[in-house]
Design a binder for this molecule. Structure first.
Ligand SMILES: Nc1ncnc2c1ncn2[C@@H]1O[C@H](COP(=O)(O)OP(=O)(O)OP(=O)(O)O)[C@@H](O)[C@H]1O
Ligand SMILES: [Mg+2]
Length: 335
């Protein structure tokens, strides 16, 4: 572009010079033309510039479109909403993760009646979180069926299933927003502010994080950093519990949600949860015997298979894997 501009100035001077010599123009005309040529420089340069920007934008738009046109594999068969009672059943469920091909669950069956609780225990990688993933329909089972209220989960409205399930994920997800907004995530925005505050407060009390929040300089209006970096692991977990129970859902899923709190706080939270869990179906996933001993049924997973099942007393009597884990953890506690 600059070369062209320079050349055109040269041309003006050369041809203009000849015209002046032959007497058809004055020296002033040359100056005038040089100014005109310079005035044209910027519009010409921006034309080239805009063309290149448009080409870059087109390439980016193509990549955005690729993402926007992605069809979710999990779709809702029914769009009407439905009130759930909370019965859960796994019928010979096997599941392979599509991206790794790992068999995470192998012929797992269990039933939880509405209002009852089930605990899932097992070593790391045994498939506990996979059960939660299938219940929330993050994936569909490879073999067998997951049923809620005796209906295949694929035939239930996806929105209702997720709306009426309170889920505390293993890796807590918090937004860079105020504590109150993080707790109220999933609650309708139309509720008046004063009521929102009371709701957040009572959920925080139930999740035993109220005192921590009150110690922060701006209490419930404290901003938390991206992904909750300004909170400790246990505080994040309890905030996530508050978020799950505030909806009063029919089904509660706690995935290892007490791993980062001390045993005292754990007892306190569990005490509060017993009250909340009344009339709600709950799935408690844990590594610790102390958080699952009160459950109506306990299943012990190993390598995606159920190796033991029963309640606390019967499993202790059976003297199997559960008993071993219990003894080990009791010893650790005493020490
Ligand atoms: N998103 C995924 N994609 C592929 N494979 C996965 C995925 N998530 C888990 N797996 C695999 O599935 C198996 C079961 O994983 P899962 O997360 O259910 O274990 P877990 O019992 O919850 O373990 P932990 O106690 O450590 O949380 C593991 O072998 C794991 O490698
Ligand atoms: Mg897990």
């Amino acid at each position: 572009m600059l070369l062209l501009v320079g050349l055109s100035t040269l041309l003006v001077v050369y041809i203009g010079g000849q015209e002046v010599i032959s007497g058809r123009a004055t020296a002033g005309n040359i100056a005038e033309f040089i100014i005109y040529v310079n005035m044209l420089t910027w519009p010409m340069a921006s034309l080239g510039w805009v063309t290149s920007i448009i080409q870059r934008a087109a390439a980016s738009q193509e990549r955005i479109n690729e993402f926007l046109h992605l069809e979710p594999e999990i779709t809702s068969a029914v769009l009407t909403e439905k009130e759930l009672k909370g019965k859960i059943e796994f019928r010979n469920v096997s599941f392979d993760y599509p991206d790794s091909g790992i068999k995470a669950l192998n012929n797992v069956s269990f039933t939880v009646d509405p209002g009852k609780s089930i605990a899932i225990l097992g070593r790391t990688g045994s498939g506990k979180s996979t059960i939660a993933n299938l219940l929330l329909r993050m994936y569909d089972s490879t073999e067998g069926h997951v049923l809620i209220d005796d209906t295949h989960i694929e035939l239930l409205p996806l929105y209702s299933v997720r709306q009426q399930t309170g889920y505390v994920p293993q890796d807590v997800f918090l937004f860079s927003d105020t504590i109150q907004n993080n707790i109220l995530f999933g609650i309708h925005k139309e509720i008046p502010e004063a009521e929102r505050r009371t709701m957040a407060m009572s959920a925080a009390k139930e999740a035993v994080i109220y005192d921590n929040i009150m110690d922060f300089p701006k209490n419930f209006d404290t901003m938390i950093g991206e992904r909750g970096i300004t909170l400790s692991g246990g505080q994040k977990q309890r905030l996530s519990i508050a978020r799950a129970i505030i909806k009063r859902p029919k089904i509660l899923i706690f995935d290892d949600c007490l791993s980062a709190v001390d045993t005292n706080t754990e007892r306190q939270i569990l005490n509060n949860l017993t009250e909340i869990m009344k009339g709600r179906t709950s799935v408690i996933i844990s590594h610790r015997v102390s958080s699952v001993r009160d459950a109506d049924e306990i299943i012990f997973l190993d390598n995606g298979k159920i190796v033991e099942r029963g309640n606390h007393d019967s499993l202790i009597e059976a003297k199997g894997e559960y008993f071993e884990l219990f003894e080990k953890q009791m010893l650790e506690e005493v020490q």
